[in-house]
Write a new protein. Sequence first.
Length: 294
Amino acid sequence: MKIWKVTLAILCCHILTGTASVSTRYLVSVLPPVEIAFLRYFFGGLALLPFLFLCRTPGLNRLLLLKIAGLGILFFGLFPFLFSWAFVYTTAARGSLVLATMPIWTMLLSKAIGHEAVSTRLVMAIGLTLAGLMIALSDKLLMNPEHGVLFKGELIMLLTALIGAIYAIFSQKILRIVPASAMTPLAMLAGCFCLLPFAINSGIDIHVIALSPQQLWLALYLGVVAGGIAFFLFNWSLTRSTATFNTLFVTLNPVTAIFLGNIFLGEIIKINFIVGLLVVFTGLGIAVKSQIQV
């Protein structure tokens, strides 16, 4: 498998999840975080469920199902809930920057348990992408959150990044046996059904009925496109590259959000964003080169 195909899949994945930041930031004003988390992966899991039956998975057994369910509860249950909750207490820029530390934790954990070697190029790539992101968001990082305790949202998002790193590392072994088209819907539905009692308790039935058609379509987009399709691509690429390489592209999430803000909200793109973007893509280019087998 050529690294360029994997890179394209990861690019699409993180651009789509970047649109999730904008969607979540909007929906969190009308739905509690636990309900957004449930709806996102319920819709995404249902959309991908037919592929589970179309694809043959002879290696799927009870132990693997339990492992998939555990990872699903972690990544498609706890992760999106914390992701949504963090934006209640912090700005989109701050939250995105903290989430972009995911490749650091992935690299450190992978190195600690011996899953992958850490090259100098990869460390340089991580440093450049984070530096570029800080430059791109520099005019927004000083903005104060509208609600809550100082740094509460950032701490929540840091925990979110750690959970993402754990999932990326430990799902790779399962994905060598179970295809992404089967694992993704199973993990998603396990995660969202774990959240179901909390969603019911918060009044999801009343809140969903009260949504406008535009809000409901946005929730469907968040689930099917920015959820199901995006994380199928993420799981697919995990079987063809390292976990650190995959998570490195999370820096594209806030970049996508800023572009969308310019297109749909008329937000001004400043020179610091252009400079930061160039640095980010320089770092990603170095990461891609580090994956090419000579």
